[in-house]
Write a protein that binds this ligand. Structure first.
Ligand code: S3P
Length: 450
């Protein structure tokens, strides 16, 4: 286990107006990738704004254990890489803690090296499906012990002679896409991934920036893409400036929308179109939300997001928007609790295999706090009211986003909400409690319970 075994309960009281300027920590997806690509590159990768959450730190440790030189020098992180195919056998098992992105991307990296690596994770990660990544990697030549295993712990035996594949993703997952492309870096020939629905494209953008030979074409039918990469690739270290994480900023935007009188500016947030479905949805619900000072930083679009308290109406959120807001549904459900009428969020099947079964955990947390909701197949339907009751205790289930989403709900409910454990928040947003406190939230953090 990488995060504290002590649980830290939190009682959230109704808040007065939140106001001020804030900066959220660096984007988690780009942070993981900058460490991994830096470790596979020749030369130095200097990273500014890296998210120093537990998930990303575990990836840094994994890269170090496999021979990359990863150090923090003042405010920046510096990775001195080993070149593609140059990583080495780690001395012991690698523990990825709570991080699905870390372990799944690293499975692609391990696959392309002639090394044997045992990988473990916490109770949440050990329940999550790994077959979706292992299946394509096995077809390229990765060996798995025990044979047929699809959950952690397991041991992976990579190879320097992988076979290139053309793989069509059965699920819309940037993690699976990225794992196959990472293995492709070390594979002679052209590895192709076809995604039926476009998912976050940081791997494609960043690998291009690091010098890989990669081509992306839009699918002739549907909303998907075809991504081809020719290996073995030679990557060169690059400077990376990590923009603010839109998935973390979502908690602030949601809080500002629901707490009367609020007016905040969230600075320097990544606005890559494959990540901003939540903000589009808030606008459709009637939120007073705008993107200001739109610009480009480090190859990604960024902007400052201005959000004010708003009267909201329930809407239908289409299934094809899910990949661009996959991590934001718990907090959208909290927002929907304040909207007039019903919000129907469609196509949430993937939520069942996140850090918890997020569909069930979200519905359960709402029910415990008097918010009318139901699950209909893969859809979540929430009926809002001007002031939901609150008063319940939410079971976090080792899921940072469940903890943060219900902390946001508690800012606007009639009675305080208790979050049973805030420790998981440190995996992605260690400053969450301080930052909300600074804006005026009334958070009462309890002493650790053993
Ligand atoms: C991520 C992809 C998403 C997301 C996760 C980060 C990534 O997972 O939920 O937090 O960085 O590639 P899936 O690709 O499994 O949907």
């Amino acid at each position: 286990m990488t995060h504290a075994t002590d649980t830290r309960p939190l009682v959230v009281h109704g808040a007065r107006a939140l106001s001020g300027r804030v900066q959220v920590p660096g984007d988690k997806s780009i942070s993981h990738r900058s460490l991994i690509f830096g470790g596979l590159a020749i030369g130095e990768t200097v990273i500014t704004g890296l998210l120093e959450g537990e998930d990303v730190i575990n990836t840094a440790k994994a890269m170090r254990a496999m021979g990359a030189d990863v150090t923090k020098e003042g405010a920046v992180w510096v990775v001195r890489g080993r070149g593609t195919g140059g990583l080495t056998q780690p001395p012991e098992a690698i523990d990825f803690g709570n991080s699905g992105t870390g372990v799944r991307l690293m499975m692609g990296v391990i696959a392309g090296h002639p090394i044997s690596v045992s990988v473990t994770g916490d109770a949440s990660l050990s329940r999550r499906p790994m077959g979706r990544v292992l299946t394509p990697l096995q077809s390229m030549g990765l060996e798995i012990d025990p044979t047929g295993a699809a959950t952690l712990p397991l041991t992976l035996k990579g190879s320097s002679e992988l076979i290139p594949v053309e793989y069509e993703l059965p699920v819309a997952s940037a993690q699976v896409k990225s794992a196959v492309l990472l293995a492709g870096l070390m594979t002679r020939g052209t590895t192709t991934v076809i995604e039926p629905v476009a998912t976050r494209d940081h791997t494609e953008r960043m690998l291009t920036f690091f010098g890989a030979d990669i081509s992306v074409t839009e699918s002739t039918h549907g909303a998907g893409r075809r991504i081809s990469l020719t290996g073995p690739a030679e990557l060169r270290g690059q400077p990376v400036r990590v923009p603010g994480d839109p998935s973390s900023a979502a908690f602030l935007a949601a809080a500002a929308v629901i707490v009367e009188g609020s007016d905040i500016l969230i600075e320097n947030v990544l606005t890559n179109p494959s990540r901003i479905g939540f903000y589009t949805t808030l606008q459709e619900m009637g939120a007073d939300l705008s993107f200001e000072n739109a610009r480009e930083a480090g190859g990604e679009p960024v902007a400052d997001i201005r959000v004010r308290a708003s009267a909201l109406r329930g809407i239908k959120v289409p299934a094809d928007r899910a990949p661009s807001m996959i991590d934001e549904y718990p907090v959208l459900a909290a927002v929907a609790a304040f909207a007039e009428g019903e919000t129907r969020m469609e196509g949430l099947r993937e939520l069942r295999v996140k850090e918890s079964d997020r569909l069930a955990a979200t519905s359960d947390g709402l029910t415990r706090n008097g918010v009318e909701n139901r699950i209909d197949g893969d859809d979540l339907i929430v009926r809002g009211s001007p002031q939901p009751h609150g008063g319940g205790t939410v079971e976090t289930q080792l899921d940072h986003r469940i903890a943060m989403a219900f902390a946001v709900l508690g800012l606007g409910t009639e009675r305080p909400i208790t979050i049973d454990d805030t420790a998981p928040i440190a995996t992605s947003f260690p400053q969450f409690l301080d930052l909300f406190g600074g804006l005026g939230a009334n958070f009462d953090l309890k002493e650790p319970a053993a």
